[in-house]
Design a protein around this ligand. Structure first.
Ligand SMILES: [Zn+2]
Length: 299
């Protein structure tokens, strides 16, 4: 009986809040995907990206820019609109995705962490992958030992360490640097060839296909920062992108999807018009513009 009641409630909710579009959430487009699931889920291949575009167009979907999605938030007739968005700012967007978007005339969004083009980002989740791949045994500075001889052991070790980093109260890069202190000698300029630069970003903007939003300055989980630190991340990322590109930045994406009432209120105060999460599905009529869901694209 309760089941039937919930089904009716869900149907009524869907009737009054129909789907009015979707924003896809991607991170990287690479030729060869990672051995480790959590990183692999952030990657798709160029051929898969192109097949999605062709496939969805053949089903009557339109690829639109991010502003068109938001302009239609209060309209009922827009359910086959898709915006493709990337978080972070990896160079492979320029190398592998942008040529496909030009070929098929597809608008896209990059929610940019400004430490990526400014070459200050510490890519700890990718450095973790390199360390686990290269070593048969890890001894962390807190004394914990992990075995990683076989692929299976490496996969288990990677995911175990990743979840302990996520569950720590300390911010992720800080915690990572503390426990991996002995392993970081060769990674000082690791981000150099992996991240977009401002020339590439401006070229993509000039094509008319790309819109830039902000994904903070440092990619810290905002819920683990104090009020002044959160304001710094929100305000400075917007300012840096606007100064480097001459374009207004109106859209925000929460790093790691971490947000709470205080973070959402500060995003509104920082003159953003919308903010997105990294999960949740399609957008429905009158969804909260500062907690918008996205569709995760995995291969
Ligand atoms: Zn991110």
């Amino acid at each position: 009986m309760i089941n039937v009641f919930y089904k009716i409630l869900k149907k009524a909710n869907h009737l009054f809040h129909p789907i009015i579009g979707e924003i896809w959430c991607l991170h990287r487009v690479v030729a060869s995907r990672s051995l480790f699931k959590s990183n692999r889920d952030l990657e798709i291949t160029p051929s898969y990206l192109e097949s999605l575009i062709v496939d969805y167009r053949s089903k009557g979907y339109n690829f639109v820019d991010i502003d068109s999605i938001f302009q239609n938030l209060s309209k009922y007739n827009n359910k086959k609109s898709i915006n493709i968005s990337f978080d972070d700012g990896f160079k492979d967007i320029y190398q592998f995705a942008y040529p496909i978007f030009k070929k098929h005339n597809v608008p896209f969004t990059i929610y940019l962490t400004t430490d990526f083009p400014n070459k200050k980002i510490f890519l700890w989740w990718m450095i973790l992958e390199e360390i686990v791949l290269k070593n048969d045994r890890l001894t962390l500075s807190d004394g914990t030992v992990y075995l990683c001889t076989t692929d299976k052991e490496k996969q288990t070790t990677f995911e175990t360490i990743l979840s302990s980093i996520y569950s720590s109260n300390i911010n992720m890069p800080t915690y990572f640097k503390q426990v991996f202190d002995n392993y970081l000698d060769n990674f000082s300029d690791y981000n150099k060839h992996l991240t977009l630069n401002w020339t590439e970003l401006n070229e993509m903007l000039d094509s008319g296909l790309c819109t830039l939003g902000s994904h903070s300055v440092s990619h810290y989980a905002l819920t683990k920062l104090n009020r002044e630190q959160i304001k710094f991340e929100l305000y400075n990322s917007k300012k840096i992108i606007e100064e480097e590109t001459g374009r207004l930045v109106q859209h925000f994406s929460y790093p790691h999807s971490f947000c709470n009432d205080e973070v959402v209120a500060l995003v509104k105060q920082s003159e953003y018009k919308t903010a997105v999460l990294g999960y949740g599905g399609k957008i429905r009529y009158r969804d909260d513009k500062f907690l918008l869901k996205r569709v995760c694209i995995t291969e």
